[in-house]
Design a protein around this ligand. Sequence first.
Ligand SMILES: Nc1nc2c(c(=O)[nH]1)N[C@H]1C(S)=C(S)[C@@H](COP(=O)(O)OP(=O)(O)OC[C@H]3O[C@@H](n4cnc5c(=O)[nH]c(N)nc54)[C@H](O)[C@@H]3O)O[C@H]1N2
Ligand SMILES: Nc1nc2c(c(=O)[nH]1)N[C@H]1C(S)=C(S)[C@@H](COP(=O)(O)OP(=O)(O)OC[C@H]3O[C@@H](n4cnc5c(=O)[nH]c(N)nc54)[C@H](O)[C@@H]3O)O[C@H]1N2
Ligand code: SF4
Ligand SMILES: [Mo]
Length: 797
Amino acid sequence: MKLPEDPISRRSFLKLIGVSSAALGLGNLVGCLPEGETFYLEEGLTPDHWKRAVCRYCGTGCGMELGIKGGKIIAIRGWRDYPVNKGVLCLKGLSLMYVVHSKERAVHPLIRNGNHYTRASWDESLGLVSERLKDTVSKYGPEAIALYLGAQLFTEEFFVANKLFKGVLGSNNVESNARLCMASAVTGFLTTFGLDEPPGNYADIDHSDCFFLIGTNLAEQHPVIFARILKRRAANKDVKIIVADPRMTPTAAHADLWLPFYPGTDIALMNAMGHVLMAEDYVDRSFVDAHVRIIEGGSVWGPEKEVDFQAFREFLNDYAPEKIAEQTGVRPEDIRRAAHMFGRARTTMSLWTMGLNQRLWGTWANNVVYNLHLLTGKICKPGSTALSMTGQPNACGGVREAGSLSHILPAHRAVKNAHHRAEMEALWGLERGSISPKPGFHTMSMFNEVQKGNIKFLWVACSNPAQTLPNLHKYLQGMADVFMVVQDIFPPTQTQPDAFAHRTAELADVFLPSAFWVEKGGVFGNTERRSSLSEKAVDPPKGLLADWEIFAEVGKRMGYAEHFQYTSSHQIWDEYRLATRGTDMDLYGVTYEKMLDRGGVQWPCPSVESPGSPRRYVLEEDLHLQRLVRNGKVRVGNDGVYFYGHPDGKAKIFLRPQRPPHEVPDAEFPLYLTTGRVIHHWHSGTMTMRVPWLEKAVPSAFVELNPTDAETRGITDGDMVVVVTRRGRLTLHARVPKLSHLEPAGLEGRISVPRPGVVFIPFFDPGKLVNFLTVDAVDRMSKEPEYKICACRVERV
Ligand SMILES: Nc1nc2c(c(=O)[nH]1)N[C@H]1C(S)=C(S)[C@@H](COP(=O)(O)OP(=O)(O)OC[C@H]3O[C@@H](n4cnc5c(=O)[nH]c(N)nc54)[C@H](O)[C@@H]3O)O[C@H]1N2
Ligand SMILES: Nc1nc2c(c(=O)[nH]1)N[C@H]1C(S)=C(S)[C@@H](COP(=O)(O)OP(=O)(O)OC[C@H]3O[C@@H](n4cnc5c(=O)[nH]c(N)nc54)[C@H](O)[C@@H]3O)O[C@H]1N2
Ligand code: SF4
Ligand SMILES: [Mo]
């Protein structure tokens, strides 16, 4: 198959893939390359050899094989027996060759000189970075420096970056963009189970009879996982899919039941499902009695009060479907139907992403999903689980596991814990007391400190915060004023059209180009606790270093050479394995060789001989639990389930009430604005906007309106409109799908439409920054911003 460049063949390309998907029983799901097919850059090319890699886009973590000829990638196919994707790949994964071999790749370090950049040598630019870092620490202390990393770096790169900042320089101001993404999932795990990361895995999909998808657009954002779900349903007619989302998305279009609630009312919706499950006795009382405590905890991390089952029943009484129908905008009979499907199915699996996490009450929303599974005992069994889907390839591995947030250290250790600090200091060969006991700034407060001038040195690697932070008007000046190092694969080019602008790089004082994923190799840790090795496939453009080499080089130049004597990422991984040994996320048994051989390994994996742990908290499958039992630390009952994250071995059901979002519509701003993604583009678009057929398919941002809201404003499809919030305004074209009714069967392919009262704008377009409009209010527990909800008005230009 040839990868098309013009829009005509792009159309036939999509059709081709669509047809193949239909043959797989996937209906009108487009955007996936089926197993067994290969993409060639041009017809007639034959690769010299093939290399195995793991896709660096989403947190699905698909295995792929790259065909190489003359040092270039010329073909891509799915890794056939890879357990995650079994040979299937999506559009983004396939577009790799256009990004890696783009003529616009950054190949020289640059140093700012007033309004323009001068090309600099590595020696000069790394010298400047090291000097400046040293001066800042000695003048203002370690709290005046900060490092902001993207969760698309390899685990080894995070490990070295943490060693440099938290270990050697004594600054815990290390954050990752996963704060904007997975932080509420983390606090959800920590409160309910006591430990981060999920009990179940993707394999549960193949055993599930009911899927509850809430606040996730899998068909566009995790297409390979959605394909796996559709395949399950195609093979088993009793399987049902429920989609709860304020928009009719391509995901919802495939649903058996769509629940179109108003943004921010999903806690009420899920509590109402809980009410029905309770009232109609879908409860697994013996599971609850054995494994669950019920907690009333209205406050943030405040004191918790244990209550009895009756108190939970009474709490849910306020959420009878009839009582919350008006507030949520969902018909009571639909909520009942959803609860029946959830409760009646032999096995039920929930999946969610940013619709629940990027919220003022994101942690609570995560808790409430777990409530439904704990109440019905539909967890820790094949096909029954609640799986928080990860956004980026290494938000689990590099960020959460390797400790790349300002309050944590590698392997689920805490900055505040003296014993944990001492362990890391010993492992890193540092003096006792090198790591500061004070957590650093979380992302939004970090950029606030930049704005206030308290942070004097900011280093951004593999992220584009000047486009992707919320409420941007508040933070851009700070980023322009601070001394900022930007490390990216695409440069600041001020002569380009807006569509290719790099909003962060263009504010840099020093720009460092880095090698791309397939040019360096390393490990990603995906949604399901799977660590996978992606091999180096091709050489980087001449002179480029891997991100970890840049961090190590700066460490050496600052006078800490003995701590950064690495010659390969393999060495770094082996040091990191030791840091995890004996912990609940034991990776000691996960070697480079084993990851390649098996297609990734799921932790806990305490020994080189052990296969890893597909399901957690289940004696039969969880190697950490087996160790605890062997050592006489815990005793497990007949069903083998034990939630060892909490001292009493029980998970918690929390009584979480519905609360309003930060901003709700009013007379002046009568509509909800929600933001997110399209299948064609990755985040800030630096990579996918450079793929001709993706850029042509969706060249610019748009605002999606329901036909009823468009009609009352005299807006028709394609009109230029202005969207206004309390923080800013944006002019863009309107997308008004022609739909007279909103039923799943009425929607085809990629079209989506919000429910009445809601509009949607994607954030990929550097020329139309929707983040001038969004709010920067954060969840009080996770500190994740509420990108998903604010109030706006829309007017014709
Ligand atoms: N093509 C593509 N794929 C990607 C990415 C990409 O940029 N492009 N990014 C990756 C990353 S990092 C992430 S985090 C994931 C994100 O993946 P998703 O979370 O699936 O995608 P989003 O578009 O951010 O938002 C998901 C849904 O939330 C809904 N929503 C809006 N308001 C609410 C609400 O109040 N409650 C609920 N429950 N839902 C609401 C929106 O209508 C939307 O359909 O995608 C990953 N995959
Ligand atoms: N309005 C709105 N805003 C959002 C969201 C939303 O839903 N709505 N979602 C939020 C979420 S969930 C996320 S995850 C963030 C993502 O936000 P960002 O991380 O800021 O966005 P990316 O475009 O992924 O930035 C990655 C950068 O790394 C560069 N890069 C790629 N590979 C490498 C490499 O190997 N090394 C280096 N050094 N650089 C590399 C790319 O060119 C790009 O500039 O956006 C957040 N912002
Ligand atoms: S689903 Fe995600 S990991 Fe898989 S090919 Fe697509 S972007 Fe890559
Ligand atoms: Mo994300």
